[in-house]
Design a protein around this ligand. Structure first.
Ligand SMILES: [Zn+2]
Length: 310
């Protein structure tokens, strides 16, 4: 089926207390693995393309890959821009056809982040595309070890979350609640009380970044507290690379890229399926589809409205 946008999918997940997995794809094999895993689990899914992936392969190429697999799939698939860090990246992704966008102004001063996010939300909504933005700052574990104090310093407060949400009109909000990007070991626990307090003030889908480093038990609690979109990238990269290394060490003479590409794809698929079940989005595809087609979300929620583009 054609790609869908993330608006109704995430509202349905929020109201039904499960989360949608947003998985980063850097190449064809990973995009294919994500969509095949979602099909086998009958799950709605978000394939996301980061700034780094765009630098590697270009937004048009990655979008075309995701779109062509989505069209053959029977589950709803979103193509989302992950961490657009400047205006040009967001606009280029919008022109390429992405059905969901993120602007990340979290390294900017608060007021500037609000100003630029708001203007991009207006543009995206005029084109019928929902927008995610970030407040607080999800730190990067690859830049060195993080102390508990450092992680805490950047966490989102319920007050700034509310102000940012109301002033910008974003459709979903990425919050910093204890996770970090690019963690290779699953060891972080989230501040569940903080998520609950933010969700009380922000009645919109909340997004967790850097979930590869978060303990399963903490993820389950976070979903109950209001997290609706959960991003995984590092675990997929790990699964891919481990499979390639294994295949090549077993057969050092191997030169056919498809042989180890296939092994990598299977291993990524396995991880995506596990995550889908962890988030509770398995067997939700049909419900999400009927919700989307009814467009109930425009009537039933007080959340930021978006023009319907037929
Ligand atoms: Zn992120």
């Amino acid at each position: 089926m054609p790609l869908v946008d993330s608006k109704a999918m995430l509202i349905y997940a929020m109201e039904n207390k499960f989360a949608v997995g947003a998985f980063n794809a850097n190449n064809m094999e990973v995009a294919q693995a994500i969509i095949e895993a979602a099909e086998e689990e009958r799950a709605p899914v978000i394939v996301q393309i980061s700034q780094g992936a765009i630098k590697y392969a270009g937004e048009n190429c990655l979008f075309a890959i995701v779109k062509s697999f989505a069209e053959k799939a029977e589950v709803p698939v979103v193509c989302h821009l992950d961490h657009g860090v400047d205006i040009a990246t967001v606009i280029k992704a919008l022109r390429a056809g992405f059905t969901s966008l993120m602007f990340d102004g979290s390294s900017m001063p608060f007021e500037e982040n609000i100003k630029i996010t708001k203007s991009l939300v207006e543009i995206a909504h005029a084109a019928g595309v929902p927008m995610e933005a970030e407040i607080g700052k999800v730190p990067d574990a690859a830049k060195g070890p993080l102390s508990h104090e450092e992680i805490k310093k950047y966490m989102t407060t319920p007050e700034e979350g509310k102000e940012f949400f109301e002033k910008t009109g974003v459709d979903s909000l990425a919050i910093a609640v204890g996770s970090a990007h690019r963690m290779k070991v699953q060891s972080a626990s989230l501040d569940i009380e903080r998520i609950m307090n933010i969700h009380e003030k922000v009645k919109a889908p909340l997004v967790l970044h850097g979930a590869s480093g978060v303990l399963d038990d903490s993820i389950i609690k976070a979903i109950k507290a209001g997290i609706t979109k959960i991003n995984f990238a590092t675990e997929l990269n790990k699964a891919y690379t481990e499979a390639v290394k294994k295949k090549l060490s077993e057969d050092p003479e191997l030169v056919d890229v498809r042989k180890y590409g296939e092994a990598a794809r299977e291993n990524v698929k396995k991880v995506v399926k596990e995550k889908i079940r962890l988030l509770g989005s398995n067997n939700k595809a049909e419900d999400v589809l009927s919700y989307i087609s009814g467009k109930k979300y425009f009537k039933d929620t007080g959340i930021n409205k978006m023009p319907i583009v037929e």
